[in-house]
Design a protein around this ligand. Structure first.
Ligand SMILES: Cc1cc2nc3c(=O)[nH]c(=O)nc-3n(C[C@H](O)[C@H](O)[C@H](O)COP(=O)(O)OP(=O)(O)OC[C@H]3O[C@@H](n4cnc5c(N)ncnc54)[C@H](O)[C@@H]3O)c2cc1C
Length: 381
């Protein structure tokens, strides 16, 4: 859909589409079946410079805006939603390091992270805090030149695979947002260990493991921003950029589902008639098309608003992610209906699209939390 995409860098989007088609899509089904982590896909993105696209030019990025970031996430997700999710999680950690990290940390990690030799992941959620980030209990108390970190995180995308973790911790006992800080913790730090990989329904080529911090000593220079500024770091990067990437993933899934449904409706004949000649099937296709185009247009409009007025990134990201992820689930579900029994089988891509789309209602912020946040903002509560 081109009329909604005037804010994006088309060259970057075209590059993403080419890499997605040539280097990411071919093995996506196999990766999903084997739950293989998409390392080759990530390195391909590093080789063509897409991993650093939202980082400033002085750090070898291209300073892309949110609309372009979302468009790239969408192109990648059309090929492989897992790769796109790993990409989005990585990109927002890279952005956080670039904007709030200490020079020594940047010098050590920016280049390998831009190349795809090292991955980033963000770790906010915990088994007992669930979707309420304000209720985290992982602590980090200062001891000389280190923080001593104790606690655990849950369901972290790329956990075990990533080299650098942006971890939200509690640096003050009381449960206030001002008592939270963001620490960068490197894989290999003594006291950091990982649980087993979750056996997920979809997004199976991402890894999701619990992380355990057991008297983990982290240098104080690994603090992002100020002590007590964890909510801001998460707000600016995970929310302020990540939600647009997440919405882009949803749009990519929806668009691919429509394409596959259209192809099938034209090709599949019953008693000599293509199923696409029946009004009932046409009606599904029309609804799917409008749904996916509306989600894309709405995402682009929210991303452009956030790019122009960064203070509105949170609320615009909530709206775009909520709407696009619900459209993705609905569209992938309808695509299965158009494909009939074939669509319910693992050999057909729409089945994977549906399983992948379902996870989008949960990751970053659940639909329930997003609705609450949107309504509260509208009512100024
Ligand atoms: C594919 C995937 C990738 C993920 N990646 C990451 C990652 O990289 N890093 C990370 O930190 N986390 C990640 N997560 C974790 C994710 O953010 C949480 O799963 C999500 O926030 C929900 O938390 P929960 O699973 O504990 O559900 P719960 O918090 O137990 O919620 C269960 C249900 O109750 C609802 N609910 C709970 N509290 C309220 C409330 N106060 N008001 C209304 N409804 C409520 C929820 O909306 C949900 O429907 C990922 C999850 C998934 C599925």
């Amino acid at each position: 859909m081109e009329n909604a995409s005037t804010f994006i860098n088309h060259e970057t989007k075209t590059l993403a589409r080419r890499v997605a088609t040539e280097r990411i899509a071919p093995a996506a089904g196999e990766r999903d079946r084997n739950a293989d982590f998409p390392w080759e896909a990530i390195r391909a993105l590093g080789e063509c410079g897409l991993l650093g696209m939202i980082v400033a030019e002085k750090h070898n990025g291209t300073a892309a805006n949110r609309a372009t970031f979302a468009a790239v996430a969408s192109e990648l997700a059309g090929a492989c939603a897992s790769t796109s999710l790993v990409y989005v999680s990585h990109a927002i950690v890279l952005k956080a390091i670039e904007t709030a990290g200490k020079e020594a940390f940047k010098n050590k990690w920016l280049t390998p992270m831009l190349d795809g030799q090292a991955l980033g992941a963000f770790a906010v959620h915990e088994p007992d805090s669930g979707s309420n980030a304000g209720a985290i209990a992982t602590t980090a108390y200062k001891e000389g030149r280190h923080y001593r970190v104790n606690g655990s995180k849950f369901f972290v995308t790329s956990s075990g695979e990533a080299s650098v973790y942006l971890v939200l911790v509690r640096t003050e006992m009381e449960r206030s947002s001002g008592g939270m800080s963001a620490l960068l913790i490197e894989k290999g730090t003594q006291g950091l260990s990982f649980g087993r990989a979750e056996d997920k329904m979809g997004l199976r080529s991402t890894s999701s493991r619990e992380m355990f911090f057991n008297d983990c000593l982290v240098p104080i220079d690994n603090l992002l921003g100020m002590e007590g500024g964890g909510s801001q770091v998460i707000g600016q990067n995970v929310v302020g950029w990540g939600l647009f990437g997440a919405a882009g993933i949803a749009v990519g899934i929806a668009r691919r589902a429509v394409d596959l449904a259209i192809k099938h409706a034209k090709k599949r004949t019953i008693a000599g008639q293509p199923i696409g000649s029946h009004q009932a099937v046409q009606s599904m296709i029309a609804d799917m098309l409008i749904g996916s185009e509306t989600a894309e247009a709405f995402l682009m409009s929210c991303a452009a608003a956030a790019d122009n007025f960064p203070d509105t990134a949170g609320i615009n990201g909530f709206k775009a992610k909520l709407y696009a992820s619900e459209v993705a689930v609905k569209t992938a579900n309808e695509a299965i209906q158009v494909l009939g029994g074939h669509g319910y089988c693992r050999d057909y891509t729409v089945e994977r699209l549906f399983r992948d789309a379902r996870g989008l209602l949960l990751h970053f912020k659940t639909s329930q939390w997003l609705r609450q946040d949107i309504a509260k903002a509208a009512m100024k509560l």
